[in-house]
Ligand binder design. Structure first.
Ligand code: URA
Length: 448
């Protein structure tokens, strides 16, 4: 093959053609070593966003990204090894429930998580709200904790998918994030490099998600599942609604407290009505059923669900979360008394409804932005977050309210921040005369 030229590859994509695997690899490697300029890579990405990428291109790109760095070796774990990924949302503390649930039922979970950016939260920030908790661990520590406890949630170890880091940073500033193939290859390269046999994905759709429509979310889920399968992993996805925040707490300590309190109570269906708990149980069920099947057992989601419900109800899942927190240096008393151990904001302001009615919308993105503005999130990488602040919602879509009912409690550093957030929240929660309770778990996407 003659040496490719970046300009020809860009032109091919501009004209709607498919770029072969060798040319794609040459382009990405060239971008990393400086042979291909930032302008050329940006032009290629934009051509791809506008003209589309084939599923084969998404698969090749994933392989190229994985090959750019290390792959975590989980072969020392007894397995089944299960990983979980959410495409990001507001009040989405599912990892804090799913990881201990899976571990309590015999799976091993090495979850490499990220930090929050913009209106979405990040699991590492949430965990760091627990006094003493360490998330920067060596590969040896990660494997040792996964082996002894069954789950560990930490920052990326080693140098996994450096090409994704470089490309994502460029996409972020060139309006080229919004491409199904680019998102799928970015997400799946990180999951494949993280080493688990089974990958369960939570693809969000709606106002607070990357994928605004259900159709787009299902298409992204299908592409991710097929990429996982091509890489020899068992992969299954849930498509879930992110029109309103998933949990009641939005903010780091508030989300940890909610997760602990949910795991301390009965599992969903036993009189408990949390949408966060429902999504967590469903993700854990898919992960456990697939993980057991990957390890040679029958594929039996009903058995997996029953086992998880039992671990939840008996307190074993909560105890597992406590052991993980202890192994990572955190204060295990958080399991008994989360609200006492976790940092509290100095100002707590109740937000009440001026009139009565049925809640018709609690827009996820805007609530996430309010929590971030209070200090729970960061506008730029490297900003520090305030673990104590955020919003605790008291209502969700479909609730019937009397005038004066509490809509939310704002947790703020000072009065001015509390006043501003309270005013914005009161405007945001839309009231009408009728609203159905919307479904949260929308679809399961698996191969075949
Ligand atoms: N999350 C990722 O990891 N990558 C994307 O491209 C989008 C969301």
């Amino acid at each position: 093959m003659s040496t490719p030229r970046a300009v020809d590859i860009i032109a091919r994509k501009r004209d709607g053609g498919e770029v072969d695997a060798e040319s794609l690899a040459w382009l990405v490697d060239g971008y990393l070593d400086g042979t291909v300029s930032e302008g050329q890579m940006a032009a290629f990405l934009m051509a791809g966003v506008l003209r589309g990428f084939s599923d084969a291109e998404a698969r090749w790109l994933t392989e190229i990204l994985v090959a750019s760095g290390d792959v975590l070796d989980l072969s020392s774990l007894r397995g089944p090894t299960v990983d979980k990924h959410s495409t990001g949302g507001v009040g989405d503390g599912t990892t804090l429930l799913v990881a201990p649930l899976l571990a309590s039922a015999g799976a091993q979970v090495v979850k490499l998580s990220g930090r929050g950016l913009g209106h979405t939260g990040g699991t590492l920030d949430k965990l760091e709200a627990i006094p003493g908790m360490r998330v920067e661990l060596s590969s040896e520590e990660v494997l040792a904790i996964a082996d002894s406890v069954g789950c560990v949630v930490a920052a990326q170890t080693g140098e996994l998918v450096p090409a994704d880091r470089e490309l994502y940073a460029l996409r972020d500033v060139t309006a080229t994030v919004a491409s199904r193939a680019l998102i799928a290859s970015s997400v799946m390269s990180k999951k494949i490099a993280a080493g688990a046999d089974t990958i369960v994905l939570d693809v969000k759709t709606g106002d607070g998600a990357f994928m605004a429509t259900r159709e787009e979310a299902v298409a992204l889920a299908r592409l991710c599942v097929s990429i996982g399968d091509a890489a020899g992993r068992r992969c299954v996805a849930l498509v879930t609604a992110m029109d309103q925040p998933l949990g009641r707490g939005i903010g780091n300590a508030l989300e940890v407290a909610e997760a602990v309190e949910l795991l301390s109570g009965p599992p969903p269906g036993d009189g408990a009505g949390s949408r966060l708990a429902e999504v967590a149980l469903e993700l854990a069920t898919l992960g456990l059923a697939e993980g057991r099947a990957a390890a040679g057992a029958d594929h039996d989601p009903e058995q997996a669900r029953a086992d998880l419900r039992e671990r939840w109800a008996s307190g074993v899942a909560l105890e597992t979360l406590g052991r993980m927190i202890g192994a990572q240096g955190g204060d295990v008393a958080v399991i008994e008394q989360p609200r006492r151990v976790l940092p509290q904001a100095p100002v707590q302001r109740s937000v009440t409804a001026l009139e009565g009615g049925v809640v018709t919308a609690v827009p996820a993105r805007a609530v996430g932005e309010i929590a971030a503005a209070l200090g729970a999130g960061r506008a730029r990488k490297g900003d520090t977050v305030d673990p104590a602040v955020g919003v605790e919602l008291r209502v969700e879509v479909g609730d019937e309210l009397e005038p004066g009912a509490e809509l939310a409690v704002v947790h703020a550093r000072d009065d001015a921040a509390a006043d501003e957030a309270a005013a914005r929240l009161r405007d945001l929660v839309a009231l009408g005369t009728a609203a159905e309770r919307p479904a949260t778990v929308l679809e399961t996407v698996a191969l075949g």
